[in-house]
Design a protein around this ligand. Structure first.
Ligand code: EPZ
Length: 417
């Protein structure tokens, strides 16, 4: 296992390019199962989760080739319909094959994903939506065993705007007979990107990005080519890297309109945020002001940015309250930030972040993807060295983060633990 060692105190300067979005490419890879033949996905981020999803597809019989940042997915020989526990346990997004397998082949056997580092992650909305589309589902020895002679369109109302359940339902409905309407759908840009990909295959999806999505099922879809949208969470993470080090950086190949909630918070804190069509300029300053935050489904402040934002608030002037409304237990980064000297008190799903003059480097442990990003950000400003162990968590969602940060002047390196 590797660790990352950061020596704090460097102000970041320069430009970096944002990569493709992890949470867009994973459902897109699964959506290739909706068409027979070879689809091509460009601007793919080189992440551990992409490799895991590649294995899931290969397990089904697909031929998946990664050349540089381009994926070729040939589904001509798909002949198995199972996503095994070993892979689903590694990455819960493996459940994205449920919808397309049911839509294309009428059967699927997908391991139930367990919980994750910060709590239970139910999939009841996915299962209920498949049943409402006509699938017969039973849970057997930890697996979702699903059968559907033919799926038929329905109106499906979600009790909450689940990203994963919206994606799975859109994919299954794309091959169902008739029209499906998803009410209270997730509005994330990754959902819009997935709908765009399915429409390139010949699908007929309207309303993606709003809370009501209409899908006209078709009996056949054809392979297509698509380019992955920029990763708005990588963008937000680097925006905070510029702010927390009082640096001056420009993020290129990003989509500023996807990070408005983050830009607004940083501006309220006193950070200069200037956007152009596909780049964002950040100029931080010493001692930005504390600003409260409440996470919410898109377009609200993203739960995937909560840990990184908290790292920034630990050295902001004043105190603030950060409420986590999407995953109320998502605070595994807090005990580790406290080891660096942060003053944080948790009450239920709310963190009270007090002021400290500075953080001080220490050995800390990554527990999950975004918590590890928060520890790297804190290490950029902590006095002395911060050693972050278990960095395999960070490799799931950030491509070469230490290379990108050192290119901006950070004193950061990866080494064997
Ligand atoms: C996606 O997870 C993302 N993962 C998560 O990003 C992100 O935090 C989350 O959406 C919210 O934006 C991928 O896209 C691969 P949800 P997902 O279903 O689909 C509850 C990262 O760091 N729920 O929108 O699992 C759930 O418990 C990851 O990149 C049910 O109750 O999230 C949560 O409270 C972490 N039943 C809320 O809905 C269900 O069947 C939102 O979850 C499904 C979800």
């Amino acid at each position: 296992m590797d660790k990352i060692v950061v020596r704090g105190g460097k102000r970041l300067k320069g430009k970096i390019k944002i990569g493709g979005a992890k949470n867009a490419v994973l459902p897109m890879m699964a959506a290739c199962l909706l068409a027979e033949g070879e689809s091509v996905i460009r601007n793919v981020p080189l992440l551990a989760d992409v490799i895991t999803m590649k294995k899931v597809l290969e397990q089904l019989g697909a031929k998946v080739t990664l050349r540089g940042h381009t994926l070729h997915v040939d589904t001509s020989n798909v002949s198995r319909f199972e996503a095994p526990y070993e892979l689903v346990r590694t990455m819960r997004a493996s459940i994205y094959v449920l919808g397309p397998l049911l839509g294309s082949f009428g059967k699927a056997r997908v391991s139930l994903p367990g919980g994750c580092a910060w709590g239970p992650r139910p999939v009841d909305l996915h299962i209920r939506a498949m049943q409402e589309l006509g699938a017969r589902i039973r849970i057997d020895h930890g697996y979702i065993v699903a059968r559907a002679t033919n799926l038929r369109g329905e109106t499906i109302v979600f009790s909450l705007p689940s990203v994963g359940a919206t994606a799975n339902t859109m994919m299954a409905a794309a091959r169902a007979k008739g029209k499906t309407v998803i009410v209270n759908a997730a509005r994330e840009p990754e959902i819009v990107a997935l709908a765009d990909f399915i429409n390139r295959m010949g699908g007929r999806i309207r309303g993606a990005g709003t809370e009501t999505i209409e899908i006209e099922g078709t009996s056949r879809l054809d392979p297509a080519q698509v380019r992955v949208i920029p990763d708005r969470i990588e963008t937000g993470t680097f925006m905070i890297a510029g702010a927390i080090t009082a640096g001056e950086i420009t993020l290129e190949s990003c989509m500023p309109e996807h990070v408005e909630a983050i830009s607004q918070k940083l501006r309220q804190g006193g950070v200069i945020v200037e956007k152009s069509r596909n780049s964002i300029y950040i100029k931080g300053k010493r001692r930005i002001n504390s600003v409260d935050a409440v996470t919410a489904p898109y377009p609200g402040f993203p739960t995937d940015m909560q840990a990184q934002y908290m790292a920034l608030m630990t050295i902001a002037r004043g105190t603030c309250v950060i409420s986590e409304t999407v995953f109320p237990d998502r605070f595994t980064h807090v005990p580790e930030l406290r080891r660096l000297g942060a003053n944080i008190k948790i009450e239920g799903n709310t963190a009270h972040v007090g002021y400290v003059r500075h953080l001080s480097g220490a050995p800390v442990m990554a527990t999950d993807l975004r918590a590890s990003a928060a520890l790297v950000l804190a290490g950029l400003v902590a006095d002395g060295e911060t050693h972050i162990s278990r960095v395999y968590h960070i490799d799931r969602g950030y491509e070469a983060i230490e290379e990108k940060l050192s290119k901006l002047g950070a004193d950061i390196k990866r080494m064997p633990e």
